[in-house]
Design a protein around this ligand. Structure first.
Ligand code: ADP
Ligand code: GLC
Length: 485
C-alpha cells in the first residue's frame, strides 16, 4: 500500500469542464480499490462547495497572506478521501474553474494555481499537521505543474509523476508574474520553468517530475514532434526515457447503457434493438424528423479547434445530401457556436445544436446516436469515443492520439458479418484530417449501416472492448512501484 496524493484542478462529479475531471474522478477510486492509500486534492470552487454534503475543516494556513483552509470530504459515491483547497478570495466565485462567465481566463490564474501548488506541496510533506505524508505525488496538467518543481528543492522529496492531458494548455505567464509570486529563483532557468523568457507552469512538471505520462501511447510519441510539441518537443525528447503513455480508462458503471438512469431506454448487448428507441425519443424531444432508419450522428464536445470543428463545418453541406441527422451538444468558441446554430436553422428537423453543458443530454446522445463524430486535429486520449464504444455508437475518428489507440477502421465494405467478427474492427478512421475524408468515412459507415447484420456485428465488436480502469490502473500501479522501489 502506497500513500499517493493525486492532484487535479477538476474531478467529476464535484466539478468538470472536460475529460480531466472524468479521469480524476475515476482513476483515484480505482487505485483505492486496489488497496492504495490515495487522497485527491482539488480547489474548492463555488460549484464544488455546492456539491459536497458532509465535510470538516482539517487545517488552516495562509499563502501570499490569503487565508486558506483545507476541507476534508469524500468523492460522492465512493470512499475516496478528498482534500479541498478552500480559499474564498481565489476560488469561491461565479464562472468556471479557469475562466469567467464570458470565457475570459481569470486575471489571477497564476496566483490561484500557485496557491494550489504550494498547498499541495505542504500536504504532501505533512506540513499542515494532517498526519499523512505522501510517498508519491501524481500531478495533472499545468495547474499542478509547480508541484514537482517546488518538491525538487526538498532534501527528501516524495516521488513525482506528471500526467499531460493536453499539451496545448501550458499555463504561460510573464517573468514579472514569476517574480511577483516570490517563487524560488533556482527554478528560473532554461531547464526549469523559464520558457522563451516567459514563466511556464507546465515546465515545472515536465522538467522536474520523476516520470511523465500522457493519456495514450500515441500521444506520447506525437508530442516529441515539431507538429505537436508546442516548442516543448526538445525537452520531451530529452526526457523520453521517463515518458510513457497509458490509455485512459472509463467509469464503466456510470457509462453503462444497461443501468444508465439518464437515458430514455436502457439496453445491453442482448437487447441492442432497444437502442433505437433512444433515437426515436431524442428525435421527438428535439423536433428532429422521427425516423428509425435515418443514421443519427452525435457529438458531445468542447467546441474548439482541437475537436475538428473546421472540417465538421465544411462538411455539413455534403453530409446533408446523405440520409443522416446530426445532433451536437457543446460549448466553446463563440464563432463555432454561432456557425453551428446557423446550420441548425438551415436544416430544421435534421440538425440539432444544443449549446451548453448538459450531463443528461450527453448520455442521451451517446445512447441515441448510431455514429459518433470525433475528427479531432489532435486528441491526447479522448473519452467520448470510449463511451461511444460502450453504447454501441460507432466512432468516426482521425488517426491521432488516443483515437488511434482505441479505434480500428472498418475499411473493407465487402467484409461479411462473420469476417467483421474475426477482424474485430470497431469504427471508422479518416486517412487524413480533411472534410473530404470526414464525408467519405461517414459514407463508408452508411454502407455498413444499411446492412443490418454487419452493423450489428460492428456494434457487438465495439461493446466487447474493455476500457474499464482495471487495466489502466494497473499500468499506473506498475509505474508507481518502479519509482518507489
Ligand atoms: P476533452 O477533455 O478534450 O474535452 P474528452 O473526450 O477527454 O475531451 O472528454 C470530454 C468529456 O466532457 C466527456 O465526458 C464529455 O461527455 C464531456 N462533455 C464535453 N462537452 C460537454 C457538454 N457540453 N455537456 C456535457 N458533457 C460534455
Ligand atoms: C484532455 C484531452 C483529452 C483527454 C482528457 C482526459 O482534456 O483533450 O483527449 O481524454 O484530457 O485525459
Amino acid at each position: 500500500m502506497s500513500k499517493i496524493l493525486y492532484i487535479s484542478s477538476e474531478a467529476f462529479p464535484l466539478i468538470k469542464t472536460g475529460g480531466l475531471a472524468d479521469v480524476a474522478g475515476s482513476l483515484p477510486p480505482a487505485l483505492l480499490k486496489k488497496q492504495q492509500d490515495v487522497r485527491l486534492f482539488i480547489p474548492a470552487y463555488r460549484g464544488v462547495l455546492e456539491n459536497i454534503k458532509s465535510h470538516k475543516l482539517v487545517a488552516s494556513t495562509r499563502y501570499y497572506n490569503l487565508p486558506v483552509s483545507i476541507i476534508e470530504t469524500r468523492l460522492p459515491g465512493t470512499m475516496l478521501p478528498v482534500w479541498l483547497l478552500h480559499c474564498p478570495a481565489l476560488f469561491d466565485r461565479p464562472g468556471g474553474p479557469y475562466s469567467d462567465e464570458h470565457g475570459n481566463a481569470w486575471h489571477d490564474n497564476a496566483l490561484r494555481f500557485s496557491v494550489f501548488c504550494h498547498a499541495a506541496v505542504d500536504l504532501a510533506l505533512d506540513a499542515l499537521g494532517l498526519d499523512w505524508q505522501a510517498e508519491l505525488v501524481h500531478c495533472n496538467d499545468w495547474q499542478s505543474g509547480l508541484v514537482p518543481a517546488l518538491l525538487s528543492l526538498q532534501a527528501e522529496p516524495p516521488k513525482t509523476v506528471f500526467t499531460i492531458h493536453n499539451l496545448a494548455y501550458q499555463g504561460i505567464f510573464s517573468h514579472q508574474t514569476f517574480v511577483d509570486l516570490h517563487l524560488p529563483n533556482q527554478l528560473w532557468h532554461i531547464d526549469g520553468v523559464e520558457f522563451y523568457g516567459q514563466f511556464s507552469f507546465i515546465k515545472g512538471g515536465l522538467a522536474y517530475a520523476d516520470k511523465i505520462t500522457t493519456v495514450s501511447p500515441s500521444y506520447a510519441s506525437e508530442i516529441c514532434t515539431d507538429e505537436h510539441g508546442y516548442g516543448l518537443q526538445g525537452l520531451l525528447t530529452h526526457r523520453s526515457d521517463d515518458l510513457s503513455g497509458i490509455l485512459n480508462g472509463i467509469d464503466d458503471k456510470y457509462w453503462n447503457p444497461g443501468t444508465d438512469n439518464h437515458i430514455y431506454h436502457k439496453y445491453n448487448r442482448r437487447s441492442l434493438e432497444k437502442k433505437s428507441l433512444n433515437k426515436i425519443s431524442l428525435q421527438k424531444q428535439y423536433k428532429l424528423e422521427v425516423d428509425e432508419n435515418v443514421a443519427l450522428i452525435g457529438m458531445v464536445s468542447r467546441l474548439v479547434e482541437q475537436k475538428g470543428l473546421e472540417i465538421i463545418l465544411q462538411s455539413i453541406p455534403q453530409l446533408m445530401e446523405l440520409p443522416v441527422q446530426i445532433f451536437i451538444l457543446g460549448t466553446g468558441d463563440t464563432h463555432y457556436e454561432i456557425q453551428l446554430a446557423e446550420w441548425a436553422e438551415k436544416f430544421p428537423g435534421r440538425i440539432n445544436v444544443a449549446i451548453g453543458y448538459n450531463e443528461q443530454l450527453a448520455h442521451r446522445i451517446e445512447a441515441a446516436s448510431d455514429i459518433y463524430m470525433m475528427p479531432s486535429r489532435f486528441e491526447p486520449c479522448g473519452l467520448n469515443q470510449l463511451y461511444s464504444l460502450r453504447y454501441a455508437t460507432l466512432p468516426v475518428v482521425t488517426p491521432v492520439g488516443g483515437l488511434a489507440d482505441s479505434i480500428s477502421d472498418s475499411d473493407d465494405i465487402t467484409a461479411t458479418a462473420d469476417e467483421l467478427k474475426l477482424l474485430q474492427t470497431n469504427g471508422f478512421v479518416l486517412k487524413e484530417h480533411t472534410a473530404e475524408e470526414l464525408v467519405s468515412s461517414i459514407e463508408r459507415a452508411l454502407v455498413f449501416f444499411k446492412a443490418k447484420d454487419k452493423w450489428r456485428q460492428l456494434q457487438i465488436n465495439a461493446m466487447s472492448c474493455d476500457h474499464s480502469w482495471q487495466v489502466s490502473a494497473d499500468h499506473y500501479l506498475k509505474l508507481y512501484k518502479d519509482l518507489l522501489e
